[in-house]
Design a protein around this ligand. Structure first.
Ligand code: ADP
Length: 236
């Protein structure tokens, strides 16, 4: 079943068509990879889907509700969360309190927020640093904290832009395990990644962009072995 339907989305910067008539769907409960060489328009698509950029043309619907160009805070209220930009980490507040605050901001009672925060701290291996200010955490630990903040109340869809970039391998594995576990519980992800092993490992399906257009979509392995996709990456 389609959760998000993206139809004919376009965005130009100056004369450059960064995203040019892009259509695809994100299905309920899947991890969809959005791939493509540098500059192909992936981040611009994500920026439009998460309300950070208005679309020039096209339509985004979530289960038949038009959410095109809705503002990020409104989208967040609808459960459309973009990680690493939507989630605000307070650098002078402890990791645990950041989670608590995120939970309460999403409408949880304090006791429930605390219960979930503690369980997420454990799952995300943040126990040893839970009382440190978030500003003192490593980049990878901060990303893990942001995962926790996003999932303290399960989102309808989580959009991730290169979540594994520049993260220590040990924390990458914690992150991947977290994504898999939430996927098994039915969570839906849109994952922008340049990292093919990650895409093969995690994504049920993939959409590949090149020069602002979708050039292939379908089962991950089919997309990665598609002739046009290989050409696009070789030309990078
Ligand atoms: P990707 O995420 O696939 O690397 P982007 O969406 O970042 O691609 O970029 C697509 C194209 O749009 C590129 O040519 C990029 O230079 C251009 N672009 C992206 N954002 C802007 C902007 N704010 N102003 C001008 N050009 C931009």
């Amino acid at each position: 079943m389609s959760l998000l339907t993206i139809r004919n989305l376009s965005k130009a910067f100056g004369g450059v068509a960064a995203v040019n008539d892009v259509s695809f769907e994100v299905r309920q409960g899947e991890i969809l990879g959005l791939i493509g060489p540098n500059g192909s328009g992936k981040t611009t698509v994500l920026n439009m889907l998460s309300g950070f950029l208005p679309a020039d043309a096209g339509q985004v619907t979530m289960q038949d509700r038009d959410i095109t160009s809705m503002r990020p805070d409104k989208l967040a209220q609808q459960g459309v969360l973009r990680m690493f930009q939507m989630t605000r980490v307070f650098t002078r507040t402890s990791a645990l309190d950041n989670l608590l605050t995120a939970g309460m901001a999403r409408g949880l009672a304090e006791a429930e927020a605390m219960k979930r925060a503690q369980s997420l701290i454990e799952e995300l291996t943040l126990g040893p640093v839970q009382h440190l200010d978030a500003g003192q955490l490593s980049g990878g630990q901060r990303k893990l904290l942001e995962f926790g903040m996003c999932f303290i109340e399960p989102p309808v869809i989580a959009m991730l832009d290169e979540p594994f970039a520049a993260v220590h391998p040990v924390m990458r594995e914690v992150m991947a395990k977290f994504i898999r576990a939430r996927h098994e519980q039915g969570a839906t992800f849109l994952l922008v990644s340049h990292d093919m092993p990650v895409v093969v490992d995690l994504c049920d399906r993939a959409v590949c962009m090149n020069a602002g257009k979708v050039i292939a979509s379908g089962a991950t392995r089919d997309v990665l072995s598609n002739h046009d996709v290989i050409e696009a990456y070789l030309g990078e």
